[in-house]
Design a protein around this ligand. Sequence first.
Ligand code: ZN
Length: 284
Amino acid sequence: MRRVSPSHGARGMLTRCAIGLVVLAATGCATLSVPEEQQLADRFEADIRRQHRMVTDQVIVGYVDRIGRRIVAAAGPQPFAYEFSVVDDPEINAFAGPAGMIYVHTGTILAARNVSELAGVIAHEVGHVAERHIAENYGKQRAAGIAHTAAVLGGGLLAGSVGANAANLATGLGLTGILNSFGREAEREADDFAVHVLPRAGYDPVGLPSFFETLIAEGGPSGPTFLSSHPAPRERLATTRTAIDDLELPPDLRRDDGGKLEIIQRRIELLTGESGPRRRDRSR
Ligand SMILES: [Zn+2]
């Protein structure tokens, strides 16, 4: 499940763009190439693991990984080998990193009412990677000459975490937030990707709008990640429902997985002491 290194032999290109990053000038590398995005991923992962506590339990991580792999397999040939990780964080959220790095919070797993909801969230994040939104985001930020963004990216990616942390403190923006600050169009594309790939992976696509309902009820996360403010979640809920209505779906799509999700949820509760919104409601 580890990401494999790119075998593109593109060291020269990496070096050229690395120089461009250091100089922080638009040097013709407006959008990241696949090998460049892979290089960004290595730095990003180190940064993420310093900032977040990751779940190491292989039963939990393996469960999310298997769902993710079904989705990636259904998406067809991909430029990256994906890696699915679980962040020990009770906030309902998920985010994508460069080159197929997908992170799902334990809060999301606990809040899912069935496996199709969790699959919906994961498929949305896979959509951001597959549609190359991370690479586009990076290119847009740099092209706009946003100095603090460039400083965060340049510092974090090439000079190690010290520069990035200093820049993050100054701007209040982390690398995750910057790379996941998707616009309206990108969010729509990722939702649309999810709606179409989920049935091919055997999951009921209704899981995605269904999870939006939970997010709305819970207030959603505060950061620019899974539940971004544009478009509004209610609009995304309506748009995805309409898109699903237009699909001809096979009758045997899975919504539940025979109690496996519930076992994983109990395991998370035991390991972390967290509990999902419905369990909390019951124990009040
Ligand atoms: Zn998104």
